[in-house]
Design a protein around this ligand. Structure first.
Ligand code: NDP
Length: 460
């Protein structure tokens, strides 16, 4: 039998790779992890975590406004971007250090360098030479995608650079209507940057429930974000004052920064997947089965590089399922159904299950429960901000198949709703839950009247 340097070689020390490496190493397996950047991956270094800090930082502007309505006098509050960046970088370094220690404590070796497959069992790591492994896990994640054919496209930044801008711009144009575009629009707007969100489609956040999409667009506009729908860049040019974004329909906007947030692509470049015989999907992701195994018997892949559900907790669960299946003799598949997600827009969204449109396609007859109302916190100050709550119920089974919330703390609420929905909760069981008062979330368990389409529902 062939002998190898390692039982498992993981390429990529992000959320999925680190979890898989740790759980595999706990079985006594000899494990190494290669990482070309910093340990922690997109989520910790240039994604979810620093983004959330930026969201927190930017929310203060709104809190200060609300505070005034409650009698506080807050004069002269200013924000210092360099101070924030330095603190953010300190915290990210601390978290990355924890990831390194966790790997070391589990007994996994860390190799700093870009790894490339030479064949199905051999990996070469820049500057470190060649290693062999019985099994290989690809967990290289994704990276921002840019439209290379667009004139001036290189003048734009992506989310990678948005975390490190030397100074806060006065004006920004953000292209895209997905999670990243919407979240950064809220961040920059909150920090006082004149923000324009440009999206090619008729509404932002394709795939989300239509009521959620239009509700959020209205709320973003109320907060001062300029939302241009049905609009696409045709070119970006340098100007005396910054950059000029030229749009379809022959109009243009000048800004200090242009940011593209128009999707991410699986990071497979330079990995040597062809040399190992690993096949890709037609979208360029590593093709895997329900156990995250590729077409090559000893190679697996987890996380964004497989382009299933591109969320950190999903990558972690896929990595864990792989390690349990392969190193702990416990065949485990991660169930990709009913995965909740949050968009940290301002106000934020929490969503789990199907949109109304998808539920109608899947189940035929569905009942809708919908509430739009001013949260108590804002009725006090007179601010015109509304929350939205929506339940989608399959008529035949009475199961709640979709739950969508826009408003303060929506991401926190949706985690709890996801537990019940994962267990197959019916609307009758949902309604039997007593409300917690006074909260926003109580509205979720007190919606009794079916929403009539054409705006005849409970619009407060
Ligand atoms: P998304 O896939 O969410 O959105 C991409 C957006 O870009 C869409 O609005 C899309 O429009 C638009 N687009 C695509 N191609 C073009 C083009 N050529 N020109 C103009 N617009 C274009 O990507 P993101 O980059 O926002 O995020 C990537 C993924 O990362 C997310 O899907 C999510 O899985 C994950 N993520 C999760 C977060 C969270 O959990 N809070 C936060 C950030 C990211 P259209 O709708 O017309 O296709």
């Amino acid at each position: 039998m062939a002998t190898y340097d390692y039982d498992l070689f993981v390429i990529g020390a992000g959320s999925g790779g680190v979890r898989a490496a740790r759980v595999a190493a706990m079985s006594g397996a000899k494990v190494a992890v290669a990482e070309e950047h910093r340990v922690g991956g997109t989520c910790v270094i240039r994604g979810c975590v620093p983004k959330k800090f930026m969201v927190y930082a930017s929310e203060f502007a709104h809190h200060f406004k609300t505070a005034k309505g409650y009698g506080w006098a807050i004069e002269g509050a200013t924000f210092d971007w360099p101070t924030f960046l330095a603190e953010k970088d300190k915290e990210i370094a601390r978290l990355s250090g924890i990831y390194v220690r966790n790997l070391q404590n589990a007994g996994a070796e860390l190799a700093h360098g870009k790894a490339r497959l030479l064949d199905a069992h051999t990996v070469t790591i820049d500057g470190l030479g060649t290693r062999t492994a019985d099994k290989i896990l690809i967990a290289t994640g994704g990276r921002p995608w840019r439209p290379s054919g667009l004139p001036g496209c290189d003048l734009a930044i992506t989310s990678n650079e948005a975390f490190q801008l030397a100074e806060l711009p006065r004006r920004i144009v953000i292209a895209g209507g997905g999670y990243i575009a919407v979240e950064f629009a809220g961040i920059f707007n909150g920090l006082g940057v004149e923000t324009t969100l440009v999206h090619r489609g008729p509404n932002i956040l394709r795939g989300f429930d239509d009521d959620v999409r239009s509700h959020l667009t209205e709320e973003l506009e109320k907060r001062g974000i300029k939302v241009l729908l049905g609009t696409q860049h045709t070119a970006i040019e340098k100007s005396a004052g910054g950059f000029v974004s030229k749009f379809s329909g022959d109009h243009e906007t000048e800004s200090d920064v242009v940011m593209f947030a128009i999707g991410r692509e699986p990071y497979v470049e330079g990995l040597g997947l062809e040399a190992a015989g690993v096949t890709l999907t037609d979208k360029g992701a590593v093709a895997v089965d329900g156990y995250s195994r590729t077409n090559v018997e000893n190679i697996w892949a987890v996380g964004d590089v497989t382009d299933r559900i591109n969320l950190t907790p999903v990558a972690i669960r896929e990595g864990e399922a792989f390690a349990r299946s392969v190193f702990h003799d416990t065949p485990t598949r991660f169930d990709h159904e009913m995965v909740a997600s949050a968009v940290f827009s301002q106000p934020p969204i929490g969503s789990v299950g199907l949109s109304e449109a998808d539920a109608r396609k899947q189940y035929g007859k569905v009942d809708i429960y919908l509430a739009r109302f001013r949260p108590m916190k804002y009725t006090f100050t007179g601010a015109d901000e509304r929350a939205l709550m929506k339940l989608v119920v399959d008529c035949a089974s009475d199961k709640v198949v979709g739950c969508h919330v826009v408003g303060p703390d929506a991401p926190e609420m949706i985690q709890m709703a996801a537990i019940a929905m994962k267990m197959g909760v019916t609307k009758a069981q949902w309604d039997s839950t007593c409300a917690v008062h006074p909260t926003l979330a109580e509205e979720l368990v007190t919606m009794r009247e079916k929403h009539q389409p054409m705006g005849l529902g409970q619009v407060a």
